[in-house]
Design a protein around this ligand. Structure first.
Ligand code: BES
Ligand code: MN
Ligand code: MN
Length: 465
């Protein structure tokens, strides 16, 4: 394939186009960015048209629109459906960015001496999604497109993909495909390409603990009335035992247990604990007894408080027993755990452990199932061959701790298998201040993707013989 010379020739334009897309603040979680989210959908549409898609549509949904596009060259050839998202996480805390989150800048880092683009969404997922748009352009311009391609780029991934489920249910025929290809995960390092073979599920809830019906003077009432923040803290603390197991009854009942052999295989992936600690500045790691760091953040379920608030947090000191305390809690789930069931188990348990002195409310937010991809199918093989051609080495299969809840629904509604070819690095700071995406990773992704189409099409034809 003639991919590399084309990328080298158009390198600056490829970077500039991504920078333009990153200037749009498509924050799906914050209603005040609604206009910008819609503008981003429009920009994605224009880019897909420019890359050479025949049909590009903005599909309205009950929420933010989905950009759908296709390039169908021959009904007898396989069809790859590319999924990605154009929405981004809120940039907060904005003070901690070295440059404004929606004014992209290129800066060199230790890991990215060729430069990295700093902006919210650079890696998750505008940069990785845009690799696919440019890969299509390269294949069309070089006359090397081997199969049919469809694109489905949504604007609500970061808030739970609610409208996308509705869209899948109502557009099964339009979205028919032979495999779904996603770049919205990471790779082990620039030297170690990897294919993500698992994603965790999720149950996200918000809790409220209420005691007195108004804030009280902590001298007049303190000691005699339950303080909701004290109580909430104690309740949250009790959700883990001294071995860091989660204490919710039934929580582990359906957890998939890996064989010793599978665990040994996992442990072969390159990993340096000292490096890991150094990069995120922690004195030591923490987690469930009996499991390694890589197991804790991929094959084991977790429970984490994402935010906690209540009482007085302004300047100086105010003496008060607050009326209410709140927390947002997420549970990362592993295959076989059912997110609705886990949400129920959490709710029952949380209500049970509340002392009589308080009232509690548990409000479910969103959730999704975990997923494991098979490694014996042609889509895995094609991805592995693509990495071999672009990187000169085999990809390492890797279970990720992150979640893309819609992936399990692709299987449910479209009977599709998914292959996850990620090009981000853990150090790219997705969801954090100073998110960035290496220019090397961006261009390497554009180079690798066409090989996937080539090998997938060849393997597909062979399998039909
Ligand atoms: N792209 C990420 C998920 C991801 C990142 C998976 C890196 C594997 C490696 C995605 O945009 C994301 O952030 N998902 C959310 C879930 C969603 C329901 C809010 C997550 O994992 O927190
Ligand atoms: Mn993402
Ligand atoms: Mn994300």
């Amino acid at each position: 394939m003639n991919t590399r010379p084309y990328i080298e020739k158009h390198r600056e334009r490829f970077i500039d186009e991504l920078i333009e897309l990153l200037k749009l603040p498509s924050v799906s979680a914050d209603p005040s960015f609604k206009k910008e989210v819609l503008m981003t959908a429009g920009a994605v549409k224009i880019n897909l048209e420019a890359a050479g898609c025949d049909k590009v549509e903005i599909c309205e949904t009950p929420g933010f629109p989905i950009v759908y596009a296709e390039k169908i060259i021959d009904k007898n050839l396989p069809t790859v459906l590319v999924y990605g998202h154009y929405d981004v996480q809120p940039p907060d805390p904005v003070d901690l960015w070295n440059s404004p989150p929606f004014e992209p800048v290129i800066q060199n880092t230790e890991i990215h001496p060729e430069g990295a683009i700093f902006a919210r969404g650079a890696c998750d997922d505008k940069g990785q999604m845009y690799m696919h748009v440019k890969a299509l352009e390269v294949m069309i311009q070089n006359d090397e497109l081997p199969c049919n391609i469809k694109f489905m780029i949504e604007g609500e991934e970061e808030v739970g993909s609610i409208s996308l489920e509705w869209f899948l249910e109502n557009n099964k025929e339009k979205l028919a495909n032979d495999v779904i290809l996603i770049s919205d995960t990471g790779m082990i390092s620039k030297e170690v390409p990897s294919i993500t073979t698992g994603l965790r599920g999720m149950s996200y809830v918000e809790v409220e603990v209420e005691s007195p019906n108004r804030d009280l003077h902590s001298g007049l009432y303190g000691g005699a009335v339950a303080n909701p923040i004290n109580i909430l803290s104690k309740m949250i603390a009790s959700l883990h035992d001294e071995d860091n197991h989660i204490t919710i009854p039934g929580f582990y009942d359906k957890v998939e247990e890996l064989s010793d052999e599978e665990r040994e295989k996992m442990a072969e992936a390159p990993f340096d604990l000292e490096d890991y600690k150094k990069h995120i500045g922690i004195p030591d790691v923490h987690g469930e007894k009996g499991f390694t760091t890589n197991e804790r953040n991929s094959i084991r379920p977790t429970l984490d408080v994402n935010g906690i608030w209540g009482g007085y947090i302004g300047e100086g000191a105010k003496t008060v027993i607050p009326s209410k305390a709140f927390a947002k809690i997420s549970m990362r789930l592993v295959p076989n755990q059912d997110w609705r069931e886990i949400t129920e188990l959490f709710k029952t348990h949380f209500e049970n452990i509340a002392p009589k002195s308080v009232k509690v409310k548990v409000k479910p937010h969103h959730g999704g199932q975990g997923y494991v991809t098979p490694i014996d199918g042609i889509e895995y093989q094609a991805a592995d061959l693509a990495f071999q051609e672009a990187f000169g080495k085999k990809a390492v299969p890797q279970r990720s701790g992150g979640s893309i809840p819609i992936v399990s629904l692709f299987e449910k509604y479209l009977s599709s298998k998914t292959v996850l070819m990620g090009f981000g690095l853990n150090s790219d700071a997705i969801h954090s201040p100073n998110e960035h995406f290496g220019i090397w990773n961006y261009l390497k992704g554009i180079e690798t993707i066409p090989y996937f189409y080539k090998h997938f099409t060849e393997l597909y034809k062979e399998s039909k013989k």
